[in-house]
Design a protein around this ligand. Sequence first.
Ligand SMILES: CC1=C(CCC(=O)O)c2cc3nc(cc4[nH]c(cc5[nH]c(cc1n2)c(C)c5CCC(=O)O)c(CCC(=O)O)c4C)C(CCC(=O)O)=C3C
Ligand SMILES: [Fe+2]
Length: 372
Amino acid sequence: MDPYDAILLLSFGGPEAPEEVMPFLRRVTAGRGIPDERLEEVGHHYHLFGGRSPINDQNRELLAALRAELDRRGIDTPLLWGNRNSEPFVADALREAREAGHRRVVTLTTSAYSCYSSCRQYREDLAAAMAELEADAEGTDGLEVDKVGQYAARPGFHRANLGRLVQSMRALDGAPDAEVALLFVTHSIPDTMDETSGPGDGDGNLYQRQHLALASSLTEEANGVLGRDLEGELVFCSRSGPPSQPWLEPDVNDRIEQLAADGVKHVVVAPIGFVSDHMEVAYDLDTEAAETAEKVGVQLVRVPTVGTDPVFVADLVDALEERAAEARGEAVPQFDGRRPSVCEVGCCPNLRAAKPALCGRDSAALAAGEPS
Ligand SMILES: CC1=C(CCC(=O)O)c2cc3nc(cc4[nH]c(cc5[nH]c(cc1n2)c(C)c5CCC(=O)O)c(CCC(=O)O)c4C)C(CCC(=O)O)=C3C
Ligand SMILES: [Fe+2]
């Protein structure tokens, strides 16, 4: 995939054994002011699943699916894997690239949307990993890292979500519209993180706007296919942080309770904010929200995330091929909501501290210690 000689799948990571839970949680929350009670509570969620998050296995499946699609297209570029919070860490992956003699790596993250947590923080992870390599005797050895733009608006992410939504909603054929609610779910983030998401000179709230755009077109298309007239809405899960800090609302559980009081009997829960059924889905939706629904006598139909849907996987490989074409100086397809593969200056800023971040127009300035 000229000019790239390796592809890096970059993800969040998760514990795979009980003794990895607390070290993982401490890594995730280092310096973030998450109350201890919240950490213990989240630790408990992981222990309910034997101390093993499903996320790494799901990423192994995604890697296999990407490999198969690359092979099918005759692309033999090696595919590496690195995580922010668990082994293999990003720096492990980049060292592997350096040792194999690779020079240009293109990164694909497991998060589709734009905000500090889901975009810039991964760019900071890449910068921190490069700094680690720099400290080795071999240095970075000329290694360069690029990234594919956030893909929330890409056609394959849209089509894979639509297919799964329509298929799940068929279970409710026969239930009248007045008894059905359609909830699109994503990770809550602090209001300030949403307000500052997107380019500094943009309108802000890009995180919410990307979700609302997808939710509204999925609602319209699912209604069309199923002959319904539902109003989809966006709700949030997995809030953390101190109660004094406003985060995006409504919470999925609160909304399910209100809907039940309004006479709704079936709630479709579509976690469009996530690309696999990891812990935020397995616990926050399939355990906690399912209990809420049961308590108030509502049927909860949970739509699967895109996972390794062939439509999604093929589109990710399209995105990689488009990124390579862009790096060769060729024109690439444009579409509504497309995010640049090189982030704008000040895009999705780190509100706590300015840190070096790769793959942005401000990367060089940040490396020199200037604020984003
Ligand atoms: C936007 C977003 C995504 C989606 C984009 C992406 O995928 O990157 C995401 C994904 C994930 N979040 C995950 C887990 C956690 N997130 C936490 C904390 C936080 N997440 C935040 C945001 C996001 N998080 C924020 C603003 C915080 C507050 C602290 C901070 O500013 O960092 C905490 C700390 C404890 C808690 O308070 O819950 C945990 C354990 C897992 C792994 C699941 C598994 O193990 O299967 C995944 C995929
Ligand atoms: Fe999170």
